[in-house]
Design a protein around this ligand. Sequence first.
Ligand code: PGA
Length: 236
Amino acid sequence: MRIIVCDNYDEMSRLAAEFVKSQIIMKPNCVLGLATGSTPVGMYKTLAEIKLDFSGVTSFNLDDYYPIERANPQGYFYFMKEHFYSKVNIKGENTFIPNSEAKDANAECEKYEKTITEKGGIDLQILGIGQNGHIAFNEPGDELTADTHVVDLAENTIDANSRFFDNRSQVPTQALTMGVATIMKARKIVILASGAGKAAAVKSLLKNKVNTQVPATMLCMHPDVTLICDKEVMGK
Ligand code: PGA
């Protein structure tokens, strides 16, 4: 795993945007895997500012709450529209997020996994990491699920994400998420982490041992992962 420690959040965000830029220069019709949450906001801002050509790019998001209306500002469809889709020239028909309004959640997950494969798989996956070590909504447990699936959110994920909602009871208790194998199939992975709250999870990741209680540790088995973090994550 390549590790890049940046001075601060802004530098981390700029560097993450540079990885996306290089990917698009190398392959203008690439498939990006994208993340939501507070961590990648700066990266999206930079991507909009540097005016890249996204007209040939396809994107798949990692996850969304389930169920949640797509018009809900806390849902990930709304997030992506606000921070990315409305700011760059990516084509609407080339953007994919698990449908948080689907009637049949399992069928939606199956379809999502199939669509990723049909589009040729993910070239570059951008990831955040949860305080509990989750990647996407693959939560700590004795088992991890391979493919896109419906998941019950961990109590500490609901706690962590309640900061975005008026109160904790509004946080959906389930999500649709890419599985660990869906993520591991990406050709290249960039994982971003910022702030002391992520220090413990990143420390586990750097042990180079797989532990399903810290799902991000799966990444040590992937051949092309870059961790871009700020100094605080490293306790500096
Ligand atoms: P955050 O979430 O970027 O809001 O910290 C990361 C995650 O839970 O994967």
